[in-house]
Design a protein around this ligand. Structure first.
Ligand code: AMP
Ligand code: TRP
Length: 358
């Protein structure tokens, strides 16, 4: 059976690039495979972040998964930090990963560039991602093009661990769509559309209102000439817009290109803007309705975390055993479970009061 795992970070604004490269494949795959989808909130700590927004943004990304069509009865949907097995396996894999291979990751080099100091978390980010994937016996990882290198590293870590300690992990493969895996910024076709880029004009957020969407599409940079043609080498800007059109309308890119070949860029962009508005308006509505019922959303995520943990723990235990760690006493396991559900965790204020009394 195919087992699919993927994750999205709750940082910045989810955009149509995330939809095209990732979310859209997730919705299709849930009918073909066992799917586990995650809001990777621990990954969001690797760059400076705003603690007052993180919980809200994590719920919002979960709501977007659901609004785009993920069915929580079919797929497992949860928040990464709700399943501590992710951080625990990341540590175990840290001792198999090498600093040299992490230093070669292009995303690490890109994200660290120009910063005075870079956290160990940013450096270690791909090992946490490998833990996410390997915990679930994942066979396929649907992602956009920028994650290809991280999935390769995951494969290397799985193979190395299995060779050293015995077969524990399934070696997964990346699943990258042939069209739409790298949507470019609308205002700069040389750069990838990104959540974190300063310029909001470069991305269409999944939650943008219709007028913003139309405005951004009409201002999108195009290539020289007038022909609408899918040719990423010669016409990078128009080809990216065509790929986006295909993702938003579920039509093959060739059919769209044939229809607008001689129509001129203006008419092509107007049609693209309408396709985007039509696909995104209901997503925004469903997202807002889900966010208006946080208790309902949290129930879905709690159930998702329980299901994810049940899937993850046997493989974590197998990794611990193979590494020769002492079996964890049952009592510890119970205390851990209670602490995770919040029952046994005293608040910082209560701890402070207790400390002052002694
Ligand atoms: P991130 O925004 O880094 O959390 O990425 C979430 C998912 O969206 C990953 O699978 C990325 O590969 C994918 N993705 C991000 N940006 C783009 C883009 N511009 N085009 C296509 N896929 C993307
Ligand atoms: N690193 C991915 C990104 O930035 C997010 C991610 C974290 C992920 N863990 C994952 C993607 C596991 C796929 C599988 O887009």
């Amino acid at each position: 059976m195919m087992r699919v795992f993927s994750g999205i970070q709750p940082t910045g604004t989810l955009h149509v690039g995330n939809y095209s490269g990732a979310l859209r494949q997730f919705v299709r795959l849930q009918h073909e495979a066992e799917c586990v989808f995650c809001v990777v909130d621990l990954h969001a700590l690797t760059l400076p972040h705003d603690p007052s927004r993180l919980a809200h943004d994590s719920r919002s990304v979960a709501a977007l998964y659901l609004a785009c069509g993920i069915d929580p009865e079919r797929a497992v949907l949860f928040i990464q930090s709700h399943v501590p097995a992710h951080s625990e396996l990341a540590w175990l894999l840290n001792c198999t990963a090498q600093t040299g291979e992490l230093g070669r990751m292009t995303q690490y080099k890109d994200k660290g560039r120009g910063r005075q100091s870079v956290s160990v978390g940013l450096f270690d980010y791909p090992v946490l991602m490998a833990a996410d994937i390997l915990l679930y016996g994942t066979t396929h990882v649907p992602v956009g093009d920028d994650q290809r290198q991280h999935v390769e590293l995951t494969r290397d870590l799985a193979e190395r661990f299995n060779r050293r300690y015995g077969e524990v992990f399934v070696v997964p493969q990346a699943m990258i769509p042939p069209v739409g895996a790298r949507i470019m910024a609308l205002d700069n076709p040389a750069a990838k559309m990104s959540k974190s880029a300063d310029s909001d004009a470069g991305r269409i957020a999944l939650l943008d209102p219709p007028d913003r969407i139309r405005q951004k599409v009409m201002r999108a940079v195009t290539d020289s000439g007038t022909e609408v043609r899918y040719d990423p080498a010669e016409k990078p800007a128009v080809s990216s817009l065509l790929a986006l059109f295909a993702a938003l309308s579920d039509e093959p890119v060739e059919a769209i290109a044939a229809r607008y070949r001689t129509a001129g860029y203006g008419a092509f962009k107007r049609a693209l803007a309408e396709a985007a508005v039509e696909r995104l308006a209901p997503i925004r509505e469903r997202h807002d309705a889900l966010m208006a019922d946080p208790a309902g959303l949290d129930r879905i995520l709690r159930r998702g975390a329980e299901r994810a943990e049940a899937l993850a723990l046997p493989r974590l235990r197998a990794a611990r055993d193979r590494l020769g760690l002492m079996p964890r006493p049952a009592a510890t396991a119970e205390r851990l479970a209670a602490a995770q559900s919040g029952e046994a965790a005293p608040s910082a204020a209560a701890q402070g009061a207790a400390a002052r009394r002694t």
